[in-house]
Design a protein around this ligand. Structure first.
Ligand SMILES: [Zn+2]
Length: 301
């Protein structure tokens, strides 16, 4: 009797496994999506929800201009269903690896009309996430990429993208109000590298940086002296460090300004090319841009 029961139980388990196998088709597994930066991964996670399993190659504090792929990264790229990267030469160090991944690797900035981009060398300034109205175009692109790969859930992607786009509207209004609250004469943003040109254009604030659009070229003594002279002359209250750039650059400028007889404050840390730690408010795209606007307004007012 005991023996018979156990046979029946086994039979039942087997049946259950067969039922589950047929009820959950293999294609219901979440899409394996790999993004280069946290900002792109955050958009895809919001648009994809439970339907995607997201991984970001570059974590908090990582500089995408200088990032080099590890052997593990190449393996992750091969296994991914979709690879989302910024493009416009942001990921300079992994461009060649991305090109080898063929059509499953997509630049999320591809749909932004070129006339909305700021020219830079042979391409365009890649820091488009600094303007939420441009980042909204990227949300649409990611929605379309996910829908094309998984058409069965296109409605869900559309709804989730629409909800996220509404949040970006609110973000834009908040940043506008914060920057507009700084008296116009004090609206100058000084950072380590030139990541804020789209922010400047969107919110009417002048920007100056020690290094160029990319951190691939280090700042020289002349760059430090020129920026220090500008700060001492215009008496800008504060300059800002960036989470993905060593703070020694901004500290060097601060010291050079001091030698010219003026004290410039460090207004805080901004998240330019990477989000903050996971689990903190700055660990999301909306949180990082909100933090930047709040920090800039607080220091310059
Ligand atoms: Zn940058």
């Amino acid at each position: 009797m005991k023996r018979r029961n156990s046979w029946l139980e086994n039979c039942g388990s087997l049946l259950l496994i067969i039922v589950m196998w047929t009820a959950v088709p293999a294609d219901a597994a979440p899409l394996n999506v790999l993004a280069t930066t946290g900002m792109i991964a955050d958009v895809a996670a919001n648009v994809g929800g439970d339907l995607v399993s997201m991984t970001a190659l570059m974590g908090p504090g990582v500089d995408p201009h200088l990032y080099q792929a590890t052997a593990g990264d190449v393996g992750r790229m091969r296994k991914a269903d979709i690879i989302l990267y910024n493009g416009l030469h942001l990921e300079a160090g992994i461009q060649k690896v991305l090109e080898k991944m063929d059509e499953k690797a997509v630049a999320v900035t591809d749909d932004i009309p070129r006339e909305k981009l700021l020219p830079w060398e042979n391409t365009y300034d890649p820091h488009v996430w600094m303007d939420p109205s441009l980042w909204k175009i990227v949300v649409g692109t990611i929605r379309d990429i996910l829908s094309a790969r998984d058409p069965e859930h296109a409605d869900t992607y559309r709804q989730q993208a629409a909800a996220y786009l509404e949040q970006l509207e609110d973000l834009n209004a908040h940043v506008s109000a914060q920057i507009a609250s700084i008296p116009e004469a004090r609206r100058t943003l000084i950072t380590a590298h030139d990541a804020f040109n789209y922010f400047s254009q969107a919110y009417d604030i002048e920007v100056r940086a020690l290094m160029g659009i990319s951190t691939e070229t280090e700042a020289g003594t002349k760059d430090v002296q020129d920026l220090a002279a500008f700060i001492a002359e215009t008496r800008v209250k504060a300059m800002f460090i960036e989470s993905s750039v060593p703070e020694k650059y901004v500290k060097a400028v601060q010291k050079a300004v001091e030698q010219k007889g003026f004290d410039v404050q460090i207004g805080g840390e901004l998240f330019s090319d990477a989000m903050g730690e996971e689990g903190t408010p700055e660990g999301t795209y909306i949180g990082m841009i909100t933090h930047n606007a709040d920090t800039i307004a607080r220091a310059l007012k």
